[in-house]
Ligand binder design. Sequence first.
Ligand code: 5GP
Length: 208
Amino acid sequence: MSDRAGTDGHGSDTPASETDTAPALLTVLSGPSGVGKTTLAKHVRQAHPEVWLSVSATTRKPRPGEVDGVHYFFYDRPAFEDLIAKGEFLEHAEYAGNLYGTPRAAVEQRLAAGQPVLLEIELQGARQIRAAMPAARLVFLAPPSWEELEQRLRGRGTEPEDVIARRLATGRIELAAEREFDVTIVNTTVEAAAAELVALVTGSPIST
Ligand code: 5GP
């Protein structure tokens, strides 16, 4: 885990304590688009199938290979807004022109059963979870550098230039919010980052 800001991420000068590494049942993984959250979450799930990864809802169109109910639940905007009105989301946010949300019931059921839950969401959603569920641990996934983030986002080849530009602009705002998070992991290699995240989610020692 990196502590590049020299604090525990709460914006205070409290030194990192044991509670920073004790497992939390609910972990929120956030960070700018393109930083590698999805790949990292997949790694954690492969190594630790007992960690439940929430499947979000979105109004974004599926990318090639994305399957409804597996990668996302895909809705049109009116259907999504209906779900918001019914209180079906634990958190929801508009991101780069699309709506995203975490279905509430599935997360609450897993947590009630004592299963570790991982949410992979953007900044506004992470803030909502912090307010609603203070026991959640917020993990910020940072790129090794801004240039690397830009390269990764373009290298994905799934978005047109205007969408990339929009995501990069949002990325700058997201990077500036790093200090709101409990822990930062720098995504230098996916293996090392996954080991850090696994250690946080399961309380097991870091092994790469
Ligand atoms: P993408 O379109 O690249 O799959 O996701 C765009 C952004 O939305 C990413 O930062 C992703 O983590 C975030 N995201 C995915 N699902 C959710 C969700 O349920 N809630 C929120 N707030 N953000 C989400």
